[in-house]
Design a binder for this molecule. Sequence first.
Ligand SMILES: Nc1nc2c(ncn2[C@@H]2O[C@H](COP(=O)(O)OP(=O)(O)OP(=O)(O)O)[C@@H](O)[C@H]2O)c(=O)[nH]1
Ligand SMILES: [Mg+2]
Length: 448
Amino acid sequence: MMDAGSEARPAPGAAPRETIFAPASGAGVAGIAVIRVSGPATETVLSRLAGEPLPPLRRAVLRDLRDEAGELIDQAIVLRFAAGASYTGEAMGELQCHGGRAVVAAVLEALGRQPGCRLAEPGEFTRRAFEAGRIDLAGIEALGDLLAAETELQRRQAARGLGGALHRQAEAWREDLIRAAALVEVTIDWADEEVPEDVGPEVARLLAGVRAGIARELALSAGAERLREGFEVAILGAPNVGKSSLFNVLAGREAAITAASPGTTRDVLELRYDLAGLPVVFLDTAGLREAVDEVEAIGVARAQERARGAAMRLFLRSGDAAPAAAEECLRQPGDLRVWTKGDLGAGPGDLVISALRGEGVAELLERIGAELSARVSGEGLVGHLRQRRALEDAAGALARAENALQGDEAETVAEDLRATFRALERLVGRIGAEDVLDTVFASFCLGK
Ligand SMILES: Nc1nc2c(ncn2[C@@H]2O[C@H](COP(=O)(O)OP(=O)(O)OP(=O)(O)O)[C@@H](O)[C@H]2O)c(=O)[nH]1
Ligand SMILES: [Mg+2]
């Protein structure tokens, strides 16, 4: 989290800022539900529901919540935070009431009847935190990732981002570049006189250090992006080799139709799978062959398209089907060849499985896990396309600065360094954030 910012105040003459509220805990019945309130009317609203005097700041106190008629709604823990020392930077409150649907609905209704109060939009608490300078864009993206994380490795990656790792890294690069820029400015100022000392080597060393750091992050970003989005593993092969049967074993249920007749699967089916912390999406596909009808032809085309974009491909073969000709042009390094129906006999391939008996499937998963985890073993901080683009721009501008330095063009070096700064500021969202916030918040849930 960044430094505590001051409370965002409305511009003079502007309408007073609305106070927002929303359930922060998930939908459905639970022991406790947390409802958050943020904005200038927080104290008034809380005292109307929970009675006066309100508990001291940051002290959790059990209170009766009552509606305007004095009727008891629920008993709840009331917690409040001062403006300037809360998530949003505004005065904030939390009501931890019982988690029944009717209880939550009644508390929300009572809040909605308070003047100047309305239900928050998805991501609105975080938008206010951003406006108050309490979180930057990279932090918001990491928070979104953390809320969306389905596996342990996704959670770890997002948690690093939330801790501000990318922000700190960008700051470190910026400091080195500021020092380099200052040295370059000196040579510009002394242009007509003798420069006291040749600063070139020192500037070159600083720029090369930052370049190496950025290059390293860019190299790791492919793995970090995959980890965030999930690895698609396409199950491919000629009709009838047992693709859907394997898919069903992985799903632990009859997710796909299997049949003795070839050409059974037409659509691409997806199965989300937590492979030792790696988020994997298995794809069952139509058997690769010259299709006999139009629908099958569409299915085969889709299978090939998804196979090309997948992180990994499993090429299945069995003794009772000729290998698919299309396989050869789909193969990429790291893919696996799997001999199926091992109960009927073994054949060539990286390993043998039998979906019927469930044999070899654990080993197959192990091989897939080993291959994919090798691609994310780095500690990549840049997991979003937007961040990668900004970092690529920074790398480009920095390379131009290094070239100009070799040509002794101090003015150009200074200009390219400024472009590098701007790209790094876009990376953490210090500039250009407004354009992307709406898209980011569209994926946020209520109450965050
Ligand atoms: N003996 C044996 N039969 C299997 C095994 N796996 C699949 N089969 C049989 O092979 C036939 C085809 O299986 P599917 O899983 O539908 O094959 P597919 O590759 O999805 O076929 P398409 O969707 O038509 O491309 C079915 O009759 C299955 O019961 C296995 O491990 N052993
Ligand atoms: Mg099938």
